[in-house]
Design a protein around this ligand. Sequence first.
Ligand SMILES: [Zn+2]
Length: 484
Amino acid sequence: MTNVPLTAPAELSSARVGMRYLRARAPAPHLARSVGRRATAIVTAAALLAASWPVHAQENKGPPLLRDAETEQLLRDYTRPILRAAGLEKQNIQVVIINDPTFNAFVADGRRIFVNYGALRESETPNQIIGVLAHETGHLAGGHLSKLREQVARAQTQMIIAMLLGLGAAVAGGRSGAGNAGAAAIAAPQAAIMRTMLSYQRQQEENADKAGVKFLNATGQSAKGMYETFKRFSEQSLYASAGADPYNQSHPMPAERVRALEELARSSPYWDKKDDAALQLRHDMMRAKVSGFMERADTVYRRYPASNNSLPARYARAIAAYRHGDLRNALSQIDALISVQPNNPYFYELKGQALLEGGKPNEAIAPLRKGVQLSSNAPLIEMLLGQAYVASENKTYAEEAIKILRAALSREPEAALGYSQLAMAYGRKGDYAEADLASAQAAFLRGDQKTARDLASRAKTRFAIGTPGWVKADDIVNTKPIKN
Ligand SMILES: [Zn+2]
């Protein structure tokens, strides 16, 4: 156990009962964090490329994340061929969904592509969001982040030198009565450094476009969706105002860049190729789910009015009914969905989640078992089933809960929620050593190192010295907190 929360990916929060669309925290981008507080201008330049959440939020907390088995599976299916074409299939690159309604996508380290749920909801076709993912993969394949980090480091040195020179000039100016010469001497080099950074960024954007189109061509897909999305942002940026989508700041889209992209995209033999109908349906279902879970009820019913009898519309309304309405009504809508697609694991997951959150954990167990089975053991659904076993307060389920939570955690080892459920399952069994250890692991993954150490210390007194549990607890006790 060497990683600490700042470098851990998506961490599940135990704040909510449900697994679906859990709020979780991502680490801040390493890039911006490494720059430090003083060089604000450079942080801004870096943030333009890497991310757009507020600088002061970058100390300990990243943006809140969303976890969802269905959406994550779709995004894996979208990215797998692209990553293979980019030669990155062995890097275990994840797409992470950020709980943010605006349109944005970016890379902030070498192993994750971040995408706002707003970008998923706004992309009308698989091809549009695949184009964005292909562009971001272009940044990863080009190693733009490590190059940028060098560039930031160099700029930072320049900045410090400029500040020192400016300070010297200010002191000299003060003595000679030359007024604001010192302040100007500070500002001018900063502006020059910013210009250098921005032109470097433009170059990287163009390279990522070219690489993205190359990956799309190699996988027999059209770059039309990528072009459509970027063109929309280019036009939007003409009227840009405060509060515009952050994608415009992370990806400036001057008209000439979009023109170059159009030319490149149109030259592909796949320009007019449409998304497969089955994939389009999965995409529409995902968008309906994002709307149902994340948007206000009136927004959901406006987008998906009762007159719309399509499966995605019925999915969105069923989710909104469970979130905002009464359980019985929601269950009848979900059962109707199940009768249309009896092998859709996510309908059973939704039914189980609705029952679990509706205070009926015993009834949630059967649909969740079905969801686990039909999804070929999706760990997020397994964790929900484990949660239902624990919530059922039926002691005979404790062993089953431990088994399924352990299985899920072996594939999602950084999910704090899985460990806190595991702790409760061990507690039901009366195994307090394992319960303390699992609670310590949950606290550790949440970034609460003090609680983690306290619980791990107590766990150590309950295990026999040198047993595997004792060793794990000892690891947590001895972990040094990482300084920013
Ligand atoms: Zn980009």
